[in-house]
Design a protein around this ligand. Sequence first.
Ligand SMILES: [Zn+2]
Ligand SMILES: [Zn+2]
Length: 198
Amino acid sequence: MIAEIHVHGHPHKFGLDKADTFCKIAKQKGIDCLIFTEHAHTLSNGFWTDKNIKILSENNDIIIMTGQEVSTDIGDILLYGYPQLIQKKMLFKDLQSSEQWAIVSAHPARRGKINRLNPWMHKIDAIEVMNKSYCIEDCKQSLDFAKNYDCGIVGSSDVHLNRHVGICPCYVPECKDIFDFVSYIKLKQVVPLNIRAF
Ligand SMILES: [Zn+2]
Ligand SMILES: [Zn+2]
């Protein structure tokens, strides 16, 4: 399936309308799944509710999953399958790795700061090698970095606006839930795409 794995729909700020529009655009572009990864501090009352996920998914015939984006001292981190919502900036050293959740470095090459990941690569499952804010040099630098550490690679559109949907989605094997997605990240079976190239 084709998935947008880094999407900000801010459900509690704008209701479901913004996220619903993302779903409609995604569907038109042939995207099968959206994974909403809000910054936890933007959510006033917890994760997306099951009810909202069901409404969006059924209204648009699309798979909806959730993760979260967390600010740390080594940059933004996407967490998938993590059991709690992390609402404050944290030190990366305090984040535990586990088979139960995936830790992905979001836009690590932005502003040339990829090297601050060096001491922590044993805990990072994958890094974004494509992001809508990257220039070609950022892509190359992060691909070289991932190769050097033999770590997983993903792409993301880091969707905030309608026009971001579909810039850098990923191919992901069929998933029944976020835990399947976590295992595909760890198996390095997630593949970044640029669908504008097709
Ligand atoms: Zn970010
Ligand atoms: Zn983001």
